[in-house]
Design a binder for this molecule. Structure first.
Ligand code: AP5
Length: 219
């Protein structure tokens, strides 16, 4: 059976994590977020975490070498055998080339590239109100998706925190880095049949309906 992988592409805050978690649950594939993996490394104090911490806090990108290494290792785990839902990877042309090489070496395919688009003002609004569960990673928003009890995760009862890189100055830097380093990936994938442009406007349920329709899976 050929493994088929899904890619979420889009600026910080467009809803990649929210939608990737949902799609992964629906189609029963692992959700592979390079941002979550790096934050776990920072928390554990591993060598990669020590190198990545300051870079992430500044809003810049962690080196391609580190990212490609952690993704290659992740794909070796048994649960990736039929495919994964990537969130936040690839993020540079070099990473996209490396992914194509990795997948070609395994005989795997890209099932869909879901490019989510949203206006910058809405992105800033979403990121500044985001709260994330420190235990399970569930994503909330103080206005659009509040938890039942303020500051507590509905899923696991963990504490909700604001990410260090969700401060206004760092958000602006991340948007600029996206334009310079990640937006060129749109042209890289645009002409492939797997590419889908999806509007990120409206409620999370509406966006998810567009994604499900684009990839042709039943809900
Ligand atoms: P990462 O964790 O990947 O962050 P990001 O790409 O900047 O994306 P975000 O997680 O900020 O946003 P999102 O699009 O997932 O939105 P979300 O669903 O949370 O990366 C962090 C850092 O790690 C990078 O800056 C870099 O340093 C490093 N890194 C990671 N990957 C790397 C790579 N491949 N190469 C190099 N460096 C890498 O939604 C945002 C908010 O909006 C939430 O509050 C949510 O509840 C709310 N929301 C979502 N959808 C809706 C909706 N439809 N309506 C209203 N609110 C909504």
């Amino acid at each position: 059976m050929v493994a088929k992988h899904f890619i979420f592409l889009g600026a910080p805050g467009v809803g990649k994590g929210t939608q990737a978690q949902r799609l992964a649950q629906l189609i029963r594939l692992p959700h592979v977020s390079t941002g979550d993996m790096l934050r776990a490394s920072v928390q554990s104090g591993s060598a990669i975490g020590v190198r990545a911490a300051a870079v992430m806090e500044s809003g810049a990108l962690v080196s391609d070498e580190i990212i490609i290494g952690i993704v290659a290792e992740r794909l070796l785990l048994a649960d990736a055998a039929t495919g994964v839902v990537f969130d936040g990877f690839p993020r540079t042309i070099h990473q996209a080339n490396a992914l194509d090489d990795l997948l070609a070496g395994r005989g795997d395919q890209i099932a869909a590239v879901l490019h989510i688009e949203l206006a910058d003002e809405e992105i800033v609004e979403r990121l500044s109100g985001r709260r994330v569960c420190a235990t399970c990673g569930a994503i909330y928003h103080v206005r659009y998706h509040p938890p039942a009890v303020e500051g507590i995760c509905d899923v696991c009862g963990g504490v909700l925190l604001q990410r260090e890189d969700d401060q206004p100055a760092v958000i602006r830097k991340r948007l600029a880095v996206y334009q310079a380093e990640t937006a060129p990936l749109i042209a890289y994938y645009h002409d492939r049949s797997a590419y889908h442009l999806v509007s990120g406007e409206g409620e999370a349920d509406e966006v998810f309906s567009r994604i499900v329709k684009a990839v042709g899976v039943a809900r």
